[in-house]
Design a binder for this molecule. Structure first.
Ligand code: OAD
Length: 233
């Protein structure tokens, strides 16, 4: 089976109703990124940051995977598929994908504010009340915080992700502005025979030497076109 790796960003979930970050009207226009998505912001005002992620969790419960997520999962019938996502939502999981690497953490999880990457401290929040209160404690006794990789923190999943990209026969990049590193640098780990596709309705800056085929469509329509290319009838 050929190895098919997806690298997804906020545009993957846009058609499910989750705002992207940098498009006009995106999240970072409404909430300053340094206040709600940096370790300095959390240390300065943890309550504001907790409320922001509590709100995002409540919103996540109201949305469902779109056709694009479903087609990504469907390709597992014919390919050895790994999904590397910058998204913290669980829509790839809910669409049925089985091998998912979350580079920037997971919204439905919480962890220790002292050792955020200690697997013993990471818990899944209850579906019916996924709220973290100030005063809630992690296993190590520190304040419970969102399991999100903030700016200023290391990205421990980047190494396993790069290993997957190195082995890919096909890499499909969907809905990311490729602004954020180290995630954007993953494209440089492809081997010389890897075919790269990009699905995004906008132009995205990428290295022209990579020979990327740009499908200039949204995630759902773009995935339909990709399926026709990969599995022609
Ligand atoms: P961005 O908001 O930077 O980029 C979203 C991309 O999705 C853009 O290229 C859009 O053109 C594209 N897009 C919009 N609608 C789409 C659709 N319907 N289908 C497909 N693509 C669409 O989001 P990311 O690149 O994911 O990190 O941002 C990367 C990281 O920056 C995020 O993980 C987050 C953010 O700060 C953290 O919070 C740590």
């Amino acid at each position: 089976m050929k190895k098919l790796v997806f690298l997804t960003g906020a545009g993957m979930s846009a058609e499910s109703g989750i705002s992207t970050f940098r498009d006009s009207g995106g999240l970072w226009e409404k909430y300053p990124v340094e206040a709600v998505a940096s370790i300095e912001g959390y240390n300065r005002n943890p309550e504001l940051v907790q409320n922001f992620y509590n709100m995002r969790r409540t919103e996540l419960k109201k949305v469902t995977p779109n056709e694009g997520h479903k087609l990504v999962a469907c390709l597992e019938k014919d390919y050895d598929v790994t999904v590397i996502t910058q998204n913290v939502d669980d829509l790839h999981e809910r669409a049925g994908s089985h091998h998912i690497i979350h580079l920037h953490g997971e919204l439905m999880k919480a962890t220790s504010s002292r050792h955020p990457n200690d697997p013993n401290c990471i818990i899944t929040l209850p579906e019916d009340n996924p709220i973290i209160h100030m005063g809630d404690k992690a296993k190590d006794g520190s304040q419970l915080r969102p399991f999100i990789v903030w700016f200023g923190e290391s990205v421990p999943m980047i190494e396993p992700a790069a290993k997957e990209v190195e082995k890919a026969d096909i890499l499909v990049v969907i809905g990311t502005s490729l602004n954020v590193y180290p995630a954007a640098g993953l494209l440089n780990f492809t081997n010389s025979h890897c075919k790269i596709y990009l699905i995004d309705p906008q132009n995205v800056p990428y290295n022209p030497n990579l020979g990327i085929l740009h499908i200039m469509k949204g995630a759902s329509e773009g995935m339909k076109e990709l399926c026709e290319i990969l599995n022609p009838r």
